[in-house]
Design a binder for this molecule. Sequence first.
Ligand SMILES: [Zn+2]
Length: 313
Amino acid sequence: MRIRRRALFAWAAGLIVGCGGDGDDGAVITISTPSGSSLLTTPTVAPTSAPPPEIVTSADSIFQAGASVVSVIGDLSAGTITFLNRTYQLTKGARSYFAVIPADADDPVGTHPMKVDFVLKNGSKGSMPYQLTIRKTTWTVDAITVGPQLAPLLDPKVTASELALLRGVYSRYTPEKLWDGPWVLPVGGDITTRFGEERSYNGAPVSGHHSGTDLGAAAGTPVGATNAGRVAMARQVQLRGNMVIIDHGGGLFSGYAHMSSFAVAEGEMVAQGDPLGFVGSTGLSTGAHLHWEMSAGGVLVDPYRFTDGSNGF
Ligand SMILES: [Zn+2]
């Protein structure tokens, strides 16, 4: 088993790590042996001369609201990955197909089956089993008081309507990889509120999860794109104020909220670090900061985990 793991690692490293990978440049790739058997499982595929695909992940064990880049290496022409009853398209990268598989904040902790369905270039279809483990994230809890001016924004109808609007954007799928290399913070500054915080507003019961990471920065500080992509949305919404959403392709999006003004318009392509707007306090905000979101396959995940190495990339 050890020998096989090493041999496969060397093989995969040559294909993926050495080439920068499709999930992320500089990715720390681990090879899957979550059950001790998945690498040795023969895929159910029609007889073919093509070698069976292999699965390589950035991490086999991710935190709630984390994500793993799952690459499928082989002679593929298409495929999907199903995990916890959610199905994600495989996107063609430079040298493999891949999907960023998210763990929702409320997904159950434990080891769960994952299934890769694929179509080979010769037309034959197959599927491969795999496993990902979700680890517990401990959420912070906070009580927040908002004044009468902002209180109308606490109406659940406002929240529901904005979530529906954002879901419409975050559920889009662009079948190409637009980002490249490691992810960076959109502004310098400390985290003032973590992703997932459970909040009580004006004494109401604690509910939900904070949908992004808040970074403290002075009003007017330029907000840079955390990675390359296309501007999918640049408009004012009620809770998040002036918000830009970047489509990074493959179902991956980043959002930047409460900005004072915009520096881009919808449809524009941006490179990593390009200014999208400026730190402000528009919408449901009690002081200048950047609210930064990430969505993978329609699931909101912790953006900070794209920069701190805990997703394995
Ligand atoms: Zn926030």
